[in-house]
Design a protein around this ligand. Structure first.
Ligand SMILES: Cc1ncc(COP(=O)(O)O)c(C=O)c1O
Length: 412
């Protein structure tokens, strides 16, 4: 057995081996999964825009007008009319001076965090929430700055960490809506600490963009923090149904990122069809803000249905609802049972989530019907029992956090 085969066998033994499932057709509320029709409850196509006629047509038209690919990085010859158009419209939508596109949310986070850490010089400290997305963790690694991980959403711990490093250049970085727990960072208090300690603040709105705040403008806008956060990162591949990402900030900041952010400089510009699709989706979001209300009402309906089945769902306040079961193999069994019952909600296991907190991560769409969500809750309740898990017996969301203790962790 080769070392690679051995490693895969180890993953099998731990219930952590992954494989890709095949979805035929577009990301609608119902899909064909590995040949079986199911309700899709784990797509980030939150507003149902990825499969919207106008969004598809915009992508097709852009392919005919500008071609399939941008052909070069933004700083060489890859900046096209459509990139500029989307950047201008996103800046209006976010109420910032400027925005700059990135190839994906992953690239935006590693690019922004590493560039801002470098701006402060080698003495810079990055303060990062314990449950931040992997792309932020990798941004900290790329930065090679000292990274202090504070307990999840714990402003007292963050304050203590900032005090320990007072006087040094600092960057605080947090998700707004946490991708695996569906809770929201205490952005107002974090912004206050950033101001008090002179730290730059980066907020990743991957799951806030299009989903929370007035007209889907995000959790930063919801918290009244427009103009306070130094860089807001938003994605185009989730609620906006396309692919790519952006940083919304001051003109000086986009200029700085354009000059220093490695994933922006050293990677081909986003393809015109994806950019045009995101622009069409943004126009739809602005024209039809009711989509955001429907998404939030659907999330409430799903949580109600799950609570009726006995699941503990209090930790989520957004369209992301985790059913935490703890054990990885158990999470997989429930997932398979649910698929047999016609509901696809992917099991999420370490290292995506901390050890002992494997879960089904449910993601609601505005395009689901309430009846579909009520039925899905019943199917999930049955699937859990069939797999040997009593709903409600799992680790509550708060237990996904590390024990609260003043501690500083070096990531890189
Ligand atoms: C919080 C968060 N940030 C960033 C990303 C990366 O975004 P993208 O999929 O556009 O690379 C994700 C993706 O799942 C995410 O959940």
């Amino acid at each position: 057995m080769s070392d690679l085969e051995q490693r895969l066998a180890d993953l099998d033994d731990q219930g952590l081996r992954r494989r890709m499932r095949l979805v035929s057709g577009p990301q609608g509320p119902r899909v064909v999964l590995d040949g079986k029709g199911v309700l899709l409850l784990c797509s980030n196509n939150y507003l149902g825009l990825a499969d919207h006629q106008r969004v598809r047509e915009a992508a097709a038209d852009a392919a005919m007008r500008w071609g399939a690919g941008a052909g070069a990085s933004r700083l060489v010859s890859g900046t096209m009319t459509i990139h500029r158009r989307l950047e201008a419209r996103l800046a209006e939508f976010k109420g910032t001076e400027s925005t700059v596109l990135f190839g994906s949310g992953y690239l935006a986070n590693i690019g922004v965090v590493s560039a801002l850490a470098a701006a402060g010089g080698p003495d810079t400290v990055v303060f990062s929430d314990a449950l931040n997305h992997a792309s932020i963790v990798d941004g900290c690694r790329l930065a090679r700055a000292q990274t202090v991980v504070y307990d999840h959403c714990d402003v007292e711990h963050l304050r203590w960490c900032l005090e320990q490093h007072a006087g040094r250049p600092a960057v605080i970085v947090t998700d707004s809506v946490f991708s695996m727990d569906g809770d929201v960072a205490p952005l107002g208090e974090i912004a206050e600490l950033a101001q008090r300690f002179g730290a730059r603040l980066v907020v990743d709105e991957a799951h806030g963009t299009g989903c929370s705040g007035p007209g889907g403008r995000g959790s930063v806008a919801d918290a009244g923090l427009d103009g306070v956060v130094d860089v807001v990162v938003g994605t185009l591949g989730k609620a906006l149904g396309a692919y790519g990402a952006f940083a919304a900030c001051s003109r000086t900041m986009t200029d700085f990122l354009t000059n220093t952010s490695r994933p922006l400089i050293f990677s081909t510009a986003p393809p015109p069809p994806a950019v045009a699709a995101a622009l069409a989706a943004l126009e739809l979001l602005i024209e039809e803000p009711g989509r955001v209300d429907r998404l939030q009402a659907n999330a409430d309906a799903l949580r109600d249905g799950l609570a009726r089945e006995g699941f503990e769902v209090a930790g989520s306040t957004t369209q992301i609802v985790p059913l935490i079961v703890g054990d990885a193999a158990l999470a997989m069994r429930i997932c398979e049972q649910a698929i047999m019952g016609g509901v696809f909600a992917q099991a999420i296991r370490p290292p995506t989530v901390p050890d002992g907190t494997s879960r089904l991560r449910l993601a609601v769409m505005a395009s689901h019907s309430k009846a579909e969500l009520r039925e899905a809750a019943r199917v999930l309740g049955r699937a859990a029992l069939q797999a040997g898990f009593r709903p409600g017996a799992g680790v509550p969301v708060a237990a996904a956090q590390p024990a609260r203790s003043p501690r500083a962790v070096r990531v890189a």
